[in-house]
Write a protein that binds this ligand. Structure first.
Ligand code: KG4
Ligand code: ZN
Length: 342
């Protein structure tokens, strides 16, 4: 039997994504982003995102089918992000998926956005060995997950207790006068700076915190420490060394993320670490994870940067995994759940 041809729709935040996969093979990954419309507000504006999805969804769908060289009739199943995310944004994708599923008489799978960030790696590196530990770091989430059986769901081991890692990048970029979203410009600026020039705090790594928050993260204290450091410089009338601040902030984030992810692998006897979400595009995080995991014989899997940030291919990848595992489709009245648990 040929592998299933699955279409995936993603509209949980500011990217309208439609992907097409056959098995683990990526055939199309069409994307329309409203990020420029949000940039002047310094963050994603939900109402603007929903309207942009509404305009982009049909053309993006058509582009994905054209790029894959297939028609809707050829598709075996439609997967769609049903949560978590912005309620109004999710509704556009879920309503569109239902319309296409109903019109073309296709099964529909409502999937979890975070599990899709894990599943996308299969498009690059093939089936994920289980169990694996997943480090999921995006604008809305920072979590460590145990992946025993991706088709059945994933088990949270820890998460941020305040800001997400991507949110910290976005906020620190703002106070350094860098554009939104802040991850890419900080990543670039940091290449010219020294990550050890300023020692910023590593949240939840003190022995007293580890007892209760072994696999949790905290980035809001780090953000405040960067703000205080920059303010002190400005008060003293001295220039802010943007590259050094960016590199030192980035080092603090990547240090904690990689150490906790490796601790989770070692504690659980797991040999595979998969990293996903927008922050997984960060060049320092990728290099540090490789370097540290090599010491412990842990294999790191990180998809190429374009697949780390939100896209439709990741939803199609998870849908394909569910179809192959024989999971029953969702009902056509499936809801969008902005706070969907894992
Ligand atoms: O996964 P994603 O596209 O959307 C959410 O689900 O949130 O992640 C977006 C986040 C933003 O906060 C952005 O600043 C961050 O990912 N990001 C990065 C990089 N590229 C994107 N953070 C650090 N370094 C990068 N190169
Ligand atoms: Zn995401």
């Amino acid at each position: 039997m040929t592998e299933p041809l699955v279409l995936g729709i993603e509209t949980s935040c500011d990217e309208t994504g439609v992907g097409v996969v056959r098995g683990h093979t990526l055939l199309a990954d069409a994307l329309a982003s409203s990020v420029d419309e949000h940039a002047r507000f310094g963050g994603v504006v939900p109402e603007v995102a929903s309207r942009a999805h509404l305009e982009a969804i049909v053309p993006t769908m058509q582009r994905a089918l054209d790029d894959a060289g297939v028609t809707l009739a050829d598709i075996d199943a439609i997967a769609v992000t049903a949560g978590p995310g912005l309620a109004g944004a999710l509704l556009v994708g879920v309503a569109a998926a239902k319309g296409y599923a109903l019109a073309a008489e296709k099964p529909i799978y409502g999937v979890n956005h975070l599990a899709a960030h894990v599943a996308v790696d299969t498009l690059e590196h093939g089936p994920l060995p289980e169990p694996a530990i997943a480090l999921l770091v995006s604008g809305g989430h920072s979590s460590l997950l145990l992946v025993d059986d991706l088709a059945a769901g994933v088990t949270p081991l820890g998460a941020t207790i305040d800001d997400a890692a991507g949110e910290a990048f976005d906020k620190v970029a703002r106070l350094l006068g860098l554009p939104f979203p802040g991850g890419p410009p900080i990543d670039r600026a940091a290449r010219e700076g020294d990550g050890e020039s300023i020692v910023f705090p590593r949240g939840l790594t003190a022995p007293k915190d580890l007892a209760r928050h072994r696999f949790d993260f905290s980035f809001s204290g780090l953000k405040t420490a960067v703000a205080r450091w920059v303010e002190a410089r400005e008060r003293a009338g001295e220039p802010v060394p943007v590259a050094h601040v960016a590199a030192s902030f980035q080092e603090a984030v990547c240090d904690v993320l990689t150490n906790k992810a490796i601790d989770a692998c070692r504690e659980r006897g797991v040999e595979t670490l998969v990293i996903g979400g927008g922050v997984a595009a960060n060049s320092r995080l990728r290099a540090l994870a490789e370097e540290r995991c090599a010491k412990y014989g842990i294999t790191v899997r990180v998809p190429r940067p374009k697949l780390c940030t939100d896209n439709g291919a990741m939803v199609a990848a998870l849908g394909s995994h569910l179809v192959a595992a024989g999971v029953a489709p969702s009902r056509l009245n499936l809801p969008a759940d902005s706070a969907m648990p894992l």
